[in-house]
Design a protein around this ligand. Structure first.
Ligand SMILES: C[S@@+](CC[C@H](N)C(=O)[O-])C[C@H]1O[C@@H](n2cnc3c(N)ncnc32)[C@H](O)[C@@H]1O
Length: 281
């Protein structure tokens, strides 16, 4: 979907976080979104809990699948130390370049290479810890990706899988039926929008054991993130295109969100779940 303005012309809901979205402007928008999510305290709480559960040790080989800007690859590199390795696998060349630049700037030993979740560039049983955060929602064949994750883990290895379920979205200040229709339009633009609810089945099918304690955190967008953000606007416009809401309903919803953001009480959220998966020794 074209957003119609010059700033967003190459960034659409359907093109976000795809390996082939390479226009500079679109890459810059993806980096902005990822930086905002990195800064969310609730995401940090879930990440810290997952890292502790995964017990990343010095000297281990860690992979950050779908590494984006490389934040977690650098973190894994600091945990695994100079005797270990942390490798970010990122198919989008623009994001990979950003990750490489940030790692160099931070003096991190994190490495990056191209690759797809369904075709990981690693030997069978060669990885101690595999981190995969908010990636499978963008993968059309998630079971193939989880099978591939299980393949590369060594016996005793851990897969730390974090993903969203966009059907848990909440949205303030908009009629709930209209908000649900706008969420549906958004989900229609994402390959696997309810990724999290399928992960337990996919991990078990791939032969992994999953810890019974499944983590969760809401990724919350407050007035600061929502003011001036066109993500809601893009989804509302898509809902009109899809015939899920009328032009009037979309305009009313966008005006309500604008006003709520200006007043300081706009609130939107989506749940992210974290699964600690283990390959038998
Ligand atoms: C929402 S971003 C998450 C980035 C990072 N994991 C984080 O949590 O900050 C999704 C990432 O998955 C990558 N991605 C999309 N499709 C992929 C695929 N088929 N295989 C591997 N990575 C993919 C995107 O390029 C992007 O970096």
């Amino acid at each position: 979907m074209d957003t119609g303005d010059e700033r967003g012309a190459s960034f659409t809901l359907g093109s976000a976080f795809r390996p082939d979205t390479v226009a500079d402007e679109a890459v810059a928008r993806m980096v902005t979104v990822l930086d905002a999510q990195d800064a969310a305290p609730a995401i940090e709480r879930l990440r810290a809990w997952m890292l502790a559960a995964g017990d990343v040790r010095r000297g281990e080989v860690c992979v950050d699948l779908g590494s984006g800007t490389g934040t977690m690859t650098r973190r894994l590199a600091s945990l695994t130390g100079p005797d270990g390795r942390a490798i970010g696998v990122e198919p989008n060349p623009g994001l990979r370049q950003v990750a490489e630049g940030r790692a160099e700037g931070a003096g991190s030993s994190a490495e990056f290479r191209p690759g797809l979740a369904t075709e990981l560039p690693f030997e069978d049983g060669s990885v101690d810890v595999l981190w995969c955060e908010r990636v499978l929602q963008h993968v059309p064949e998630p079971q193939a990706a989880v099978d591939e994750i299980a393949r590369v883990l060594r016996p005793g290895g851990r897969a730390l899988l974090l993903d969203s379920d966009h059907d848990t979205r909440v949205q303030s200040d908009v009629d709930p039926d209209v908000a649900r229709a706008i969420t549906r339009a958004f989900m229609g633009q994402v390959a696997n929008p309810m990724a999290a609810r399928h992960l337990l089945r996919q991990a078990i099918t791939a032969g992994l054991a999953v810890d019974p304690d499944i983590g969760s955190s809401a990724l919350v967008f407050g007035p600061e993130q929502l003011a001036g953000s066109d993500l809601f606007t893009m989804a509302a416009e898509q809902a009109v295109v899809d015939g899920l809401v009328t032009r009037e309903q979309a305009d009313e919803a966008m005006a309500a969100m604008d006003e709520a953001a200006r007043e300081g009480w706009a609130f939107a959220a989506v749940t992210v779940f974290g699964f600690v998966c283990r390959k038998d020794r």
